[in-house]
Write a protein that binds this ligand. Structure first.
Ligand SMILES: N[C@@H](CCC(=O)N[C@@H](CS)C(=O)NCC(=O)O)C(=O)O
Length: 167
């Protein structure tokens, strides 16, 4: 079985998946993606990466050619695979509605307003770091490009605002 993980070093969502893979003892090909908030290359907005994940976000996992996106989906899917370590990351002997609700509450979920759940309360803290990176590493033109190209319109707007203001 061939696993390829598209991820970014500072990304918490990527980190969740990296931890899950380490816990299962699964080895994988690592494909670091230079995110548009820090790198002018903005690899997450490249045509090549958008073909993998049309939202232009990480992580994404390729399992023998099949693409799985969204950290929680990825972890659920990873649990079906056998690695070197026999561990159950998504137990089915517990109330699934409760488990799903708990996971939804602690995950960064698109469409949920920031601060509404525990998971969406985390980004406002990392905003300071992202704001710093955007100001330091993105030129004016790159910030405009991100604004135009980002498939998640809110994020494109957010990065552009960060270039000029402190949030
Ligand atoms: N709900 C998604 C969120 C993924 C996400 O927002 N990833 C961030 C890094 S933590 C990202 O790709 N940011 C780059 C961008 O928005 O341009 C998941 O859990 O996988």
């Amino acid at each position: 079985m061939k696993l390829k993980l598209y991820h970014a070093r500072w990304s918490l969502c990527s980190q969740m998946v990296r931890v899950a893979m380490a816990e299962k003892g699964l080895s994988y090909e690592s494909k670091p993606i230079k995110l548009c908030d820090q790198y002018p290359e903005a690899e997450n907005l490249s045509l090549e990466y958008l073909a993998v994940n049309p939202k232009g976000i990480v992580p994404s996992l390729e399992i023998d050619g099949e693409i799985v996106t969204e950290s929680t989906n990825i972890i659920k899917r990873l649990n079906e695979l056998s690695g070197e370590i026999d561990v159950d990351l998504w137990p089915d002997d517990v109330d699934q509605d409760l488990l799903n609700a708990w996971v939804a509450d602690t995950t960064l979920t698109d469409g949920v307003p920031l601060g509404k759940t525990l998971g969406t309360a985390i980004p406002p803290f990392s905003v300071i770091l992202i704001n710093f990176m955007v100001k330091k590493y993105l030129s004016f033109f790159q910030a405009i490009k991100v604004y135009w190209k980002h498939p998640l319109r809110d994020r494109g707007r957010f990065f552009l605002i960060m270039k000029f203001f402190n949030i």
